[in-house]
Write a protein that binds this ligand. Structure first.
Ligand code: CTP
Ligand code: MG
Length: 233
């Protein structure tokens, strides 16, 4: 596997639903949440280096955390923006031209694994754009004012996760396109969709959950502990 990828971790959010600005540094299974994603990236053969996008409120702590990791692969910490989209753009700008593949990952998903990172990187090499996602398993209801209007078919519905992986040139072009077509895109894949470009799916894992609310942290801790104990991949 060529080490041709930069792993960009967006960690500049304000954790409003979590109730703490430093969500990405909250302790989970004995370490700051962000450390788990750094660790997974470091153990991924495709990853040549990392860029971490930090907020004003956490950049010093994140720089200190980055220093606790080995010098190779290199970790650069850069300031983010007001929205996730701006933070991704800041991270991708910091990649420069050194990598052919860029993976964008949310620090709020500490259960990402090297295996998932590798499969996303390979799908980006093969298809230019690819994201981790899982098929929806719950029965979905369309609700207005807390009353069900109808059941929505699950057929064809997948829930997007990160990493989202791209050939760098394609991602840079998509970010430039978004500047001239302002709209709120919650992830990078939606930029490609808006441009009419194909995005491949890599099967993620239900374990790769996003820590949004405080109770998600406890669940992430249980899953990380089980993974360390060898109970799951
Ligand atoms: N993020 C970012 N820059 C922003 C907003 C979000 O880098 N301006 C990052 C977060 O740090 C997180 C990821 O994007 O790792 C996904 O965002 P989310 O889970 O929504 O985290 P927050 O935006 O921090 O939480 P909230 O929306 O509840 O404020
Ligand atoms: Mg947010």
């Amino acid at each position: 596997m060529p080490a041709d990828a930069t792993f960009v971790i967006v960690a500049a959010g304000r954790g409003e639903r979590f109730g703490r600005q430093s969500k990405v540094l909250a302790t989970v299974e004995g370490r700051p949440m962000l450390a788990w994603s750094i660790d997974a990236a470091i153990h991924s053969p495709s990853v040549a280096d990392l860029v971490i996008v930090a907020g004003d409120h956490t950049i010093e702590d994140i720089r200190n955390l980055a220093r606790e990791f080995p010098n190779e692969p290199g970790i650069e910490v850069v300031p983010g923006g007001e929205t996730r989209q701006e933070s991704v753009a800041a991270g991708v700008a910091a990649v420069g031209e050194r990598s052919g593949i860029v993976l964008v990952h949310d620090a709020a998903r500490p259960l990402v694994s090297p295996d998932l990172i590798e499969r996303c990187a390979q799908a980006a090499r093969d298809h230019a754009a690819a994201i981790a996602a899982i098929p929806v398993t719950d029965t979905l209801k369309h609700v207005t004012d807390r009353r069900i209007e109808r059941t929505v078919s699950r057929d064809h519905l997948w829930a997007a996760q990160t990493p989202q992986a791209f050939r760098r040139a394609a991602l840079v072009a998509a970010i430039a396109w978004a500047r001239s077509h302002p709209a709120s895109h919650t992830d990078e894949a939606s930029l490609f969709e808006a441009m009419g470009q194909a995005v491949a799916i890599v099967e993620g894992s239900p374990m790769n959950l996003k820590v949004t609310h405080p109770e998600d942290l406890a669940l992430a801790g249980i899953l990380l502990a089980a993974r360390i104990a060898g109970a799951m991949a």
